[in-house]
Design a protein around this ligand. Structure first.
Ligand code: ADP
Ligand code: ZN
Ligand code: ZN
Length: 743
């Protein structure tokens, strides 16, 4: 009997977002399962697709599958269920959700072109003799290869070995004495690091209690657990001991960390405890490397995966635990389709697979803490730092007063003194700026004109090195104008503070200090991030300046001062989460000091020192902050008291964008009227805060309401109607459910 299967095809289009039935040719009839990747005819093309179920013979003769790709199945039935949930909740195509789960791109084996001897050793030795007098460099190079036949070097590296250039190599290749050969390399990003085996600490009394609760959760109801623990309270050690339990029970674990803290330091803690069983997934892996790691998980060689967001899809079949470290981090939300939040996906996956979710943080997101208080999550706490280390005292400096007192430096007198003392004692300091893109803009002092990107309508950022302006969104660049393009005034001023300016200023004020900067500019090259950190760790750097990058996870015993240049930059963003972000950030940076045996100190500078986000960060008091913030959310009906959907329409032609956004607004209004649902609000249509990106204009509508299900239904129906009106069109409509940013 013929067998039929259902396939979703890899074409992200609304009208093909459903399974199509195909027939299996005889030779494949018993070789295909759910989760397999296949090649199918579609219209007059051949495209890839995924098998999502058994099919039935229909009225029309079904086309035949062309081929089945190796290494399948790519997902299990449970993961298919999860993909369906993601598509439904985040309103994206099923195939997009599936593709988020499976290794992407063509699987390539990494190759390099090495140089090897073309003749036998004996013949090569004779050639060396004949070359010695006429071409000594060539002879030397050849001898090197004769002596080191195991060295598989590319041309330039080989030439370096004998102090010559690759032209010597090519000369020998041309003569037929050497040849190039393509060899595959399996690269392990951590191959050069040997991990010291570590043993479990005997837990503190607080750790003992929470570990017991987690073990009960693993065996019992598996309600998600929120572990709230101050910085340095030993949360990671708790994760390690919980994972150990899971492994001994024959199950597997996923550890999600923010991309930025996926450092060798973090990896070492897990590899040190669990060795070869640990796999690492992060965004800098090539598609081939990712694929290797993915297969090793599937084959059961890996039992613990540490990774960023997408590691939540690791193809384990016996998942016991998902740890989410720094639960509040916004990098857990994917910004492209499917715009999922890894925490929500983790909770849903765990529910489907009978696993436990353990979220840890010092500053839970408002949403999660609200759920914990509601009893949807179980709340457990670590209130003390390990070894009785105190949390560092925090001083808030009012920068308005500094100016009044005649101090025009970017450092308050207090921070200045703090740095002096640190340098005197041979200790270290971290100076923190809490946002990069929003600081050093260039403005005319006469007319107020701000230099903006011609493509994106965002303020351009001043870069001291090239004395130029650059857009951080599309990389557009221009020179700083001598006169204002608006009013021709000569008074152009660089506003705000960037990491480069802090560095210049520190070098001026403390010429003997060794200062380094860590931001997107200094860490663009692979490995530079680690290099700066290890220099700081070894004491070659006295003061490290940085952005968010230095706020996370690092453990430096000699850091006794943390300075925040201005706390206000993130507080003044047009976003209802600004207060929450600021509190989280300040608490995070404050946690970077006093981790060793020496006491630490934190100095936060601000122009709005009375804001509750700053005041409660001073006291390290999350609960008071939560009470203030949740009252604000309640009064304004923002999440967690409502849900939101952000719909962005974009195109090169602004008139089209406005017309269609208005049309969508009308449709939504009439739908809501029909439903007689007063609790759904429509915000907009408005120009998006990022009004123009890469030459495309953007307008948006935000839906806000208590019931996310109803919001999605309304939105879905409205978009279908809009598409019918638009017909074939290249206007982009992007839907973001539970958006984390409105930009
Ligand atoms: P967190 O993840 O909460 O910031 P960590 O797990 O990194 O805290 O712990 C902080 C420091 O205390 C680390 O250096 C860790 O090795 C150490 N530590 C954790 N638990 C213990 C323990 N039970 N006994 C001794 N040292 C511990
Ligand atoms: Zn001007
Ligand atoms: Zn731009």
């Amino acid at each position: 009997m013929d067998r039929y299967i259902n396939v979703v095809v890899d074409l992200p289009l609304k009208n093909v977002d459903k399974p199509f039935t195909y027939k299996l040719p005889q030779r494949l009839s018993d070789k295909v399962v759910i989760g397999d990747k296949v090649l199918v005819p579609f219209g007059n093309r051949r495209i890839e697709g995924y098998v999502v179920g058994e099919g039935k013979k229909g009225d029309f003769e079904a086309k035949e599958i062309i081929k089945v790709f190796p290494f399948g199945p790519y997902f299990s039935k449970k993961m298919l269920d999860l993909a369906r949930w993601i598509s439904d909740y985040y309103q994206c195509y099923l195939v997009s959700s599936l593709k988020a789960m499976v290794p992407s791109g063509k699987v390539k084996v990494k190759k390099k072109r090495v140089v090897v001897l073309a003749q036998s050793i004996k013949e090569s030795k004779e050639i060396v003799e004949s070359l010695k007098s006429r071409a000594p460099k060539q002879a030397k190079l050849l001898s090197y290869l004769i002596d080191n036949p195991e060295d598989r070097l590319i041309s330039t590296k080989l030439a370096q070995k004998v102090n010559t250039t690759s032209s010597t190599v090519s000369a020998l290749v041309n003569k037929g004495f050497l040849e190039y050969r393509n060899e595959s390399v399996r690269r392990d990003p951590f191959a050069h690091i040997s991990f010291k085996k570590t043993e479990a600490f005997s837990p503190t009394s607080e750790q003992k209690i929470v570990i017991k609760e987690i073990i009960e959760g693993l065996k019992g109801d598996r309600k998600p657990i929120m572990l709230k623990g101050v910085t340095g309270s030993g949360k990671t050690e708790v994760y390690l001991q919980a994972i150990d339990r899971v492994l001994r029970g024959g199950r597997e674990a996923i550890v999600l960390v923010p991309e930025i803290s996926l450092t060798p330091q973090t990896v070492a803690r897990f590899k040190g405890r669990f060795g070869e069983k640990v796999g690492v997934l992060h965004s800098q892996l090539s598609s081939g490397e990712r694929f290797d790691e993915w297969r090793r998980i599937k084959e059961g060689k890996i039992k613990v995966v540490i990774g960023a967001r997408s590691a939540v899809f690791a193809p384990f079949n016996n998942l016991g635990l998902i740890v989410i470290d720094e639960e509040h981090e916004s990098t857990y939300k994917q910004e492209d389709h499917p715009k999922y939040h890894a925490r929500e996906v983790a909770v849903m996956r765990a529910k489907k697979e009978g696993a436990l979710v353990l979220m840890g943080t010092a500053t839970p997101s408002l949403e999660s803490y609200h759920r914990a208080k509601d009893g949807k999550y179980k709340l457990i706490e670590l209130t003390k730092r390990v070894k009785g280390r105190p949390l560092p005292p925090v001083e808030i400096v009012d920068m308005r007063e500094e100016l009044k007192e005649g101090n025009k430096l970017m450092f308050s007198r207090s921070l200045y003194r703090g740095i002096e003392q640190v340098l005197d004692k041979g200790e270290q300091a971290m100076i923190f700026l809490n946002r990069r893109g929003f600081s050093t803009f260039v403005q005319c002092r006469e007319c107020g004109h701000v230099m903006k990107c011609i493509n994106c309508d965002l303020s351009l950022k001043y870069h001291a090195q090239e004395r130029g302006l650059r857009c951080h969104y599309c990389d557009y660049q221009e020179k700083v104008p001598r006169i204002c393009p608006e009013c021709e005034s000569l008074y152009i001023k660089y506003f705000g503070v960037g990491t480069q300016k802090v560095e210049e200023s520190l070098n001026e004020e403390f010429p003997t200090a060794k200062v380094a900067r860590m931001d997107v500019d200094t860490t663009r090259r692979k490995g530079s991030y680690e290099r700066i950190l290890s220099k700081f760790k070894s004491g070659e750097i006295d003061i490290l300046i940085g952005t968010q990058m230095i706020a996370k996870g690092h453990d430096f015993a000699n850091v006794t001062l943390v300075g925040v240049v201005t706390a206000d930059t993130s507080l003044n963003l047009p976003d209802f989460r600004a207060g929450e972000r600021t509190f989280q950030l300040l608490t995070q940076v404050a946690g970077r000091t006093g981790r060793g045996d020496k006491l630490g100190k934190v100095i936060i500078q601000s122009y709005t020192p009375d804001h509750y986000s700053i005041q409660f960060a001073k006291d390290h008091n999350y609960d008071n902050f939560y009470e203030a913030e949740i009252a604000f959310r309640n009064a304004t009906a923002y999440p967690p008291f409502s849900s939101m959907i952000n719909i962005v329409i974009s195109h090169k032609d602004e008139a089209k964008v406005i017309k269609n956004t208005n049309k969508l607004g009308e449709i939504l209004r009439s739908k809501i009227l029909e439903m007689d649902s007063e609790e759904i609000m429509i915000l907009g249509p408005v120009q998006a805060p990022l009004a123009k990106v890469r030459r495309e204009f953007r307008w948006q509508i935000i839906l806000k309401g208590k019931d996310i299900g109803r919001l999605r239904d309304v939105n879905n129906e409205a978009l279908i109607e809009l598409k019918e009106i638009m017909g074939e069109s290249d206007i982009k409509v992007s839907v973001d459910v539970d958006p984390l940013t409105m930009l």
